[in-house]
Design a protein around this ligand. Structure first.
Ligand SMILES: [Zn+2]
Length: 161
């Protein structure tokens, strides 16, 4: 309930947390923390039980927060390394279609050259693309062509008199 994005500041950056401790600290279920791990939250599993470094956890939560609260302006993707939205280099992004409704935009950060990823709903892609040139790449799957939205029809939609 309203806990989908816990406050990153509850995490002490100089502490380490087990999954249980992280869950208690943030008031979420253990499975939520495990799910974060699946989503890329790194933990140190060489020790038992595995621990999550406080600053890693906080950073992870901050990224999620920013990404959810403040969607990037059109034409921008969020660079995790720069920790702010950036216009992808050359104004180009790739769209990988993940499902009939979801896709993933990837672009290169012009400042640090790391890869920026952003989940998008295909139905609303026009609201995030801005002036970006989108190239569609199929994920290695058997999604039918019909599932790909026609994001390239620039001029058609313009006249709604
Ligand atoms: Zn960057």
């Amino acid at each position: 309930m309203g806990r989908r994005h816990p406050n990153p500041r509850l995490v002490k950056i100089h502490r380490n947390y087990t999954v249980d401790e992280a869950a208690v600290t943030l008031g979420v279920h253990k499975n939520t923390v495990r799910n974060w791990q699946k989503l890329g939250l790194e933990s140190i599993d060489a020790v038992k039980p595995g621990v999550i470094l406080g600053w890693v956890l906080r950073e992870f939560l901050e990224r999620r927060r920013v990404a959810s609260k403040r969607p990037c302006a059109p034409g921008h993707l969020y660079c995790m390394r720069c920790r702010s939205p950036r216009e992808p280099a050359l104004g180009m992004v790739d769209l990988v279609v993940l499902s009939p409704t979801q896709g993933n935009l990837t672009g290169i950060c012009p400042d640090c050259e790391s890869v920026m990823n952003q989940r998008v709903r295909l139905a609303t892609i026009d609201s995030v693309r801005g002036g970006l040139e989108i190239q569609i790449r199929q994920a290695e799957s058997r999604i039918a062509d019909s599932a790909v939205p026609s994001v390239n029809c620039d001029s058609k939609g313009d006249r709604k008199s």
